[in-house]
Design a protein. Structure first.
Length: 509
């Protein structure tokens, strides 16, 4: 009998593609299947967050994403009688090389990731649908069906459902997907617009809702998003209907033309009861769906994938304990819940017909926006949340502060900042990275070699001297996903050794 495949990835949307890229980096034994014959060509998600750009930089694709996209950084809030000008991101982002929200269509993001995988000789098995899963002893029997009706059964140790909102993996694993649908219908189109200032996001607010224009570039210069007016018939989306809505908000100032994609949809707010059940994992839309407020959907999915891929690869390779896989749920489920909460609040604020919220939207917002512009503290906090740079895993069992956490600088569970600039690039290679702060002579070779021995193929050592994120002598171990697993003040390495012995045991011989 042949040994089971280590990982079957179901779905080649942005989540599945990112997962495949990381599994490939660690030379995992995996396959990736998708029932569609071709990738998505519609724009869909159009904002790539700073944290996603950082996380994808390790695959060498971020420069290409930035080159294809539009790093617009301005927001124009069109209020009755005035326009409030705000930067989209301007503070709280000193520690990233990507201090902007990149506007890029999901089709382009997927195309860049798929090209990367092709360059790494990863076969995307398109036209191949997962139809049935069954646990068989220590593995899972996965029935795949191709477009011509032929079937294949694959045994796999783990199955990751990156198969979107209607996830087959989630259903077959019996994982609930609770939440609600919003009553409103939304209209969306990619098109050209005359009369809009380029390079900015435009929002129009009224008592009945909001209208948005986002700079896109490809496949069209603009994305328009609007709520179908309450009471309007559920008619097909046409350019005429969109123009009528735009006129109502903007007073005939804009001309909409040349649409390349028009659709309508309803939004949901739902989360999977678990991100993992035995050998089944859920990532991306399979685990959480919500409104596009704040451009979190695709980004959260990609970051789910990059939290999970290296864990699966190291566990399957026998380099890390099974227990490491439990930390996926512990780390990513709270992130998913917080995105559901945040997007729900933002959605309610933007659309509610409740008189108090309407008043806040149309009367208070115009007065508060300029004040908010001056209050750097809250503004910085909002930017760090939306940019996803603020995500941390401080409460995870796989992150440990040691007995002497540094008084200042990043702590265990925090993301590795790109400050001093270049730190992330220096540690972008696969594996774990041990960062040593303080005079380089303090860190003699033998104690370091003794801690790293038996896992030196997976742990890089960096003497940072004064170019470190800590102002004093300290050491920190960065995990493959760019978060600190271990951080301690001083130069005693015993706590680090214990951490490594637990999560990355030394290989014998
Ligand atoms: C109209 C629209 C507009 C959107 N706008 C935004 C936005 O502005 N901002 C934002 O952040 N997000 C937006 N989203 C959401 C965003 O597109 C998703 O969050 C993102 O696509 C999630 O990626 P994913 O890889 O998890 O899932 P998906 O992109 O849904 O990919 C799932 C893949 O799994 C495959 N699959 C499904 N079932 C099976 C099976 N049984 N076997 C094999 N393959 C299977 C599918 O073919 C698909 O390729 C929008 C979505 C839509 C529909």
């Amino acid at each position: 009998m042949t040994a089971p495949l280590d990982v079957l990835v179901v779905g080649a949307g942005p989540t599945g593609l990112a997962l495949a890229a990381q599994l490939r980096t660690y030379r995992a034994d995996f396959r990736i299947v998708d029932r569609s014959l071709d990738r998505v060509h519609e724009s869909r998600a159009l904002g790539v967050q700073p944290r996603t750009l950082e996380a994808l930089a390790g695959f060498g694709v971020t420069d290409e994403l930035v080159a294809r996209g539009n790093p617009a950084m301005r927001l124009r809030m069109h209020l009755p009688g005035r326009v409030v000008r705000m930067p989209l991101f301007d503070i709280g982002l000193a520690d990233t090389a990507y201090p902007f929200l990149l506007f890029l269509s999901q089709a382009e993001t997927e195309s860049v990731l798929a090209e990367h995988l092709a360059g790494q000789d990863v076969a995307l098995e398109r036209g191949t649908e997962l139809v049935h899963l069954e646990r068989t002893g220590s593995s899972v029997s996965c029935r795949l069906r191709r477009g011509d009706g032929t079937e294949e059964t694959v045994e796999a140790r783990y199955v990751v459902g990156c198969d979107g909102a209607h996830s087959t993996v989630r259903a077959q694993a019996g994982i609930g997907f609770e939440g609600h649908a919003y009553p409103q219908t939304f209209l969306l189109a990619d098109l050209d617009v005359d009369g809009l200032e380029a390079g900015a996001v435009h929002t129009y607010m009224t008592g009945s809702g909001m209208l948005f224009f986002f700079p896109l570039g490809s496949p069209a210069p603009w994305r328009v998003l609007a709520m179908r007016p309450p009471g309007a018939p559920q008619a097909e989306v046409t350019l005429g209907l969109l123009q009528e809505i735009a006129d109502a908000y903007t007073g005939d100032r804009l001309v909409l033309r040349d649409p390349v994609w028009m659709t309508d949809f309803r939004l949901h707010n739902r989360g999977a009861a678990h991100h993992r059940s035995g050998p089944f994992f859920l990532a991306g839309d399979a685990a959480h769906i919500h409104s596009p407020a704040g451009a979190q959907g695709m980004n959260t999915g990609i970051q789910d994938a990059l939290n999970l891929g290296w864990k699966l690869a190291l566990v399957c390779d026998g380099r890390a304990p099974e227990e490491l896989l439990e930390t996926y749920e512990a780390e990513r489920a709270p992130v998913g819940r917080s995105v559901l909460r945040f997007t729900d609040r933002a959605f309610t604020l933007a659309t509610s017909g409740n008189p108090v919220i309407r008043f806040a939207r149309t009367r208070l917002a115009p007065r508060l926006a300029p004040l908010a512009l001056r209050a750097s503290g809250p503004r910085g906090l909002v930017f760090r949340t939306v940019s996803e740079l603020g995500i941390h895993y401080r409460r995870s069992p796989a992150t440990t502060g040691g007995s002497r956490p540094p008084r200042r600088g990043p702590r265990a569970g925090d993301r590795l900042p790109d400050l001093p600039r270049g730190l992330q690039a220096r540690t972008a290679g696969p594996g774990w990275h041990l960062l040593l702060s303080g005079p380089p002579a303090l860190w003699s070779d033998e104690p370091l070699a003794s801690v790293v021995r038996g896992r030196d193929d997976l742990v890089g050592v960096h003497r940072l001297g004064g170019k470190s994120p800590w102002p004093s002598v300290a050491h920190g171990l960065v995990r493959p996903d760019g978060y600190f697993g271990y951080v301690s003040r001083g130069a005693h390495l015993e706590g680090l050794r214990e951490y490594l012995d637990h999560w990355l045991p030394a290989q014998q011989g």
